[in-house]
Design a protein around this ligand. Sequence first.
Ligand code: FEO
Length: 431
Amino acid sequence: MSAAAVTSIRPQPLPPEGPVGIVPGVHWIGAFDPGLRSFDTLMKTANGTSYNAYAVRGSEGVAVIDTVDAAHADSFFARLEAVAHYDEITRIVLNHLEPDHSGALPELLRRAPQAEVHLSPRGLQILRALLGSDFDRYRIVPVTTGAEVTLGDRTLRFLTTPNVHWPDTQCTFLVEDGLLFTCDLFGSHYCDERLFDDQVGDFRFALDHYFDRLMRPFRSSVRTALDLIEPFDVTIIAPSHGPILRTDPRAYLRHYRRLAGPRFTFGTDRTLAILYISAHGATGRLARAIRDGAAEEPGVRVSLFDLEGGELHPFIDLIEEVDGIALGTPTINGDAVRAVWELLAQLVDIETRGKLGAAFGSYGWSGEAVRQVEARLQGLGMRLPEPGLRVKFEPSDADLDEARAFGRRLAAHLTGRAVPREIDLAELAAR
Ligand code: FEO
């Protein structure tokens, strides 16, 4: 196929069979997966999804931006072959190596072994695992923010945007056209072969649901990515799932800013939420004493919640906003109670790293629950400066005094008055 044959936008309708022109010489060559109903075990996908890959033709070669899930490789290769010969491919850009975007890569490399492969440095280990002994056969060139490669009359500039939502992620900017390939950023699991945001109907739910399930735990990384992206004159946002965003890209950037926005704060006050569940009232009494102690620290707002009295989702939203949590649970059958585990399981959906965490609870016999909760909080990246408070049976006056002191120490760690430290769970278990 000659270059002239592929530099004009093909007439519609070509989908679902053919490539889709985005601007002259740039084509969508992805795959539709309308039957998908669950993605990554992380989220339901009522509208299926698309795996978006792109071909960019320049005067000195063709770049392929991302590939598709291996199960849909045939569609990808058919569309690619409609716009380019394999020996024209000079560059393959891997914005992210999760299997839904790298599944067809090994075969693409077999067909276009001459291409230089560009990816973030953190993508190298994934690529090495993906290609195995073939890794050294190919020309693999890691890139970071500001690096550029040329296609002759077109230029690809790279932006390293880690942790949105994998460590390897990057965006690629097609300089001359203002076209930004964002991989998972700005994606939607929303399969509609009309493909462009002005043609697919109302997909806002899918855009926001996708952010909520995939990007929300990485809001600060999304904000860092937006800091990099916003100075560019972006005319089209081309994500790796769902509609291509060509209607007012700035509106999507602003929307993502709102979704990823910084937490609501009370000026310089720090916030501590004490959440507990109590079988016979003892853990509740500890919770109130901890609250009273913490509230003595100036500049700390302390709130108290009985997990039995609320729906789970608002507590997740609350924990996302506060600076620290103390989680109280009795030990029942050698375990923390179900409501506490359900809460802890859902904390993976929000950004918890760096928050203060603590555990407490009354127990009757063995009292494992507090240590179990602490292990989970540490696993979520929280900092635990104080060993959890464990009280056998009813708290005595001395226990309640210690609970108030525990609250004061937690609050002091929030304001920075206490010397930072981290508990050693193995050492506590050995005591
Ligand atoms: Fe669409 Fe993170 O893969």
